[in-house]
Design a protein around this ligand. Structure first.
Ligand code: HMG
Ligand code: MG
Length: 285
């Protein structure tokens, strides 16, 4: 019996590759995105228009966007921390952008060199401009359970930031357990708070698997109504400014798990396994 649709939002070419120690060429990135484009995703995050001094791995994102073969029905997404990044994403014809805030001050400072409020001020003109041109903007909240600098994060604080991003016009709020500290209980407490501020249909779970509990955390989220999960093919990933953040939960693991439970993802598992193989070869390159 089908339990209905669940979407996996593929973030490997961005959240995954941004943390790889070895240099990955534009051609290799394009090959990975093209392989993923054939797997049935609706959205693939594959670019990041941040400072190349801060995240050198994402330099060349404009070239990657220019060189991929765009598949019909796929939206290609890019991370944008400020107007400079937003303009670059527009020039590269990203189909949607994402702004990223933190629920903790320590991570906000380490990741974007700004307080939480300052980062939200930087996002305001992005959302304003995007509204005029009808470009979808996704919002991330990082460190929704624990911050590598400030420790435990209160669920109400996560709800407060999610509410702000949603009120500013983000169409979906992705909740990042950036260092994979969550357990099914702490994820549930966080979601119960956030659900009071943002409709659950506009939430996504973005779980790193550092603690080996990402699948259990997805299960807890499913039972509270979340139907979108971010994942990175091959389990690539981490965040350069979050010590201890290992890979995102692997797309192939989530896709298989959801299929076993009876959810429909619309994904081609053979194609995803092929992309996972490619991703792993980049990792060890
Ligand atoms: P700053 O140094 O405070 O910025 O960095 P600035 O405005 O003083 O600019 C410094 C230099 O950067 C200038 O160049 C700017 O032109 C340039 P210079 O004059 O020195 O040659 N610059 C840019 N270049 C290209 N694109 C831009 C841009 N903006 C400024 N958009 C800044 C502030 C936000 C730029 C910096 O901190 C930054 O880029 N941070 C990004 C960090 C990052 O990408 N982290 C990983 C993504 S977040 C994540 O992974 C978590 C997530 O997955 C969810 C989860 O897991 O929880 C989303
Ligand atoms: Mg992440």
């Amino acid at each position: 019996m089908s339990l209905g649709p669940v979407e996996i939002f593929e973030v490997g070419p961005r959240d995954g590759l941004q943390n790889e120690p070895s240099e990955i060429s534009v051609a290799q990135k394009v090959a990975l995105v093209d392989c993923l484009s054939r797997a049935g995703f609706s959205r693939i995050e594959m670019a990041s228009f941040v400072s190349p001094k801060w995240v050198p791995q994402m330099a060349g994102s404009g070239d990657v966007l220019a060189q991929i073969t765009r598949a019909p029905g796929v939206r290609y997404a890019a991370l944008t921390p400020n107007m400079q990044g937003f303009q670059a994403a527009l020039a590269a014809k990203a189909d949607e952008v994402a702004v990223f805030a933190s629920a903790s001050e320590g991570f906000s400072k380490a990741n974007v060199n700004a307080s939480i409020d300052e980062s939200l001020e930087r996002f305001a003109p992005i959302l304003e401009e995007a509204r005029h041109i009808d470009l979808p903007v996704r919002g991330y909240v990082s460190c929704v359970i624990e911050c590598p600098y400030d420790g435990a994060v209160a669920p109400d604080q996560v709800a407060r930031i999610a509410d702000k991003l949603f009120a500013m016009g983000c169409y979906e709020i992705s909740l990042g357990d950036t260092i994979g500290a969550g357990t099914p209980d702490s994820i549930a407490r966080m979601l119960l708070a956030v659900r009071n501020a943002v409709p659950v249909g506009r939430l996504a779970g973005h779980y790193h698997d550092t603690g080996g509990r990402a699948i259990a955390n997805i299960d807890a989220s499913l039972s509270l109504g979340v139907r979108v999960f971010d994942a990175a093919v091959g389990g690539l990933g981490g965040c350069p400014y979050a010590p201890g953040a290992s890979g995102n939960v692997a797309t192939e693991t989530v896709a298989r798990h959801l299929a076993d439970l009876g959810y429909e993802t619309g994904l081609d598992l053979d194609q995803i396994n092929q992309a996972a193989q490619l991703a792993r070869s980049l990792r060890s390159a």
